[in-house]
Design a binder for this molecule. Sequence first.
Ligand SMILES: *[C@@H]1O[C@H](CO)[C@@H](O)[C@H](O)[C@H]1NC(C)=O
Ligand SMILES: [Zn+2]
Ligand SMILES: [Zn+2]
Length: 433
Amino acid sequence: MEQWCSMNLLVVVLVVLLSLSLSALASGEAERGSACVVVEEIVWMANLPETTDWLRKVRREIHEYPELANEEFRTGELIGRELDELGVEHRLVGGTGVVATVGTGLPPFVGLRADMDALPIQELVEWEHKSRIDGRMHACGHDAHVSMLLGAAKILQTLENELQGTVVLIFQPAEEQGVGAIQMIEGGALEEVEAIFAMHTAYLYPTGVVASRPGEFLAGCGSFRAHISGANPQHSTDTILAASASIISLQSIISREADPLDSQVLSVSEFHGGSLLDSVPDTVVIGGTFRAFTKRSLDVLKQRIEEVIEGQATVHRCTAKLEFFERDHPPIPPTVNDERIYETALQTSREIVGEDHTRIAPRLMGSEDFAFYLDKVPGSFLLIGTMNETAESFYPPHSPYFAIDEAVLPIGAAIHAAFAYNYLHNAANNRER
Ligand SMILES: *[C@@H]1O[C@H](CO)[C@@H](O)[C@H](O)[C@H]1NC(C)=O
Ligand SMILES: [Zn+2]
Ligand SMILES: [Zn+2]
């Protein structure tokens, strides 16, 4: 934080003058020089007191009025109101989502995405801007994500004449249910977009540190539920035993079948059945989650879950009906960062937080519906640290004590804006070559 907050107008002016004089010498060098100046200008704008105050105000208003997946009406209105204020064009997409555009209106188009939804959790943090809605809370940082993307809109709008293409800002609903990204894609949010970028706040990294990795990053995720029914309960077909045998057999899929170097998870997290002490229930319901880093492994897991539960049901003279929720909750694909877009994000991060604050993240077993965009266009996902003891920001997401160090807001706004600027700048340079 410190080292880039100390940027001041004088430095920007000096560097502008320097790059102007360089451009008189060699046009190729000046191109690169000026990109650097624009990123410095972006950081300077993000850290103006009027910008940081506004970023905090927006984030706090969203935090006070959390809305669940696909109910983000007030949040969508707030986004529209702020974009109007900035003079940025926008439209409603995918229900409560908003898509805004800044730039030439011509290709190339680069996408930036923030999610908007809150969670059915009662906030237990006592502070001035605590959730005003009982039982709902922004406990995953999506309030901060919206604020950071609005910050990028403000900065990019100021730089509109320097953009060598169009930035598409995607404010997406319903990430927590894993359906918002699909709604946005079906609503046309990705039309013409050739690359996309998103960030998630991360309590594992201190504020001012960012982390990502090329290739496989977050796991893909599916869920299943099986209804195991006794064909003939009065002849003692035991559904409890059939369900129990199924669960035991499911354990050997990861331990004995999966490649140990291809990390996977299969957890049974639900078991319902029975209410009497002297007879077995007609039906037992079991369900759970499965995760892997490739679509192929997810497909194999799904097939084996089905075979194992159906097989064990048959062994115990029961029948099993499997559900994988493919229509309402399609499995989330693995989040796989494109190497080239990752490089642009890495270059941008280094320029903004410094090389020493830029980390390689490990692969994580969590899932993100950002992966649906990555299924359509190349892109990259970045973790942005918010861990700060003083700001009491060290609880994991979805905790009722979750808090955000708001010092992250200008950093995130600057990274979003600079990524888009750099992407368009690099694309223009590549075309000239
Ligand atoms: C941590 O939080 C405190 C209190 O909000 C703030 O003053 C400080 O700048 C933050 N530290 C960093 C590294 O952002
Ligand atoms: Zn979440
Ligand atoms: Zn989240």
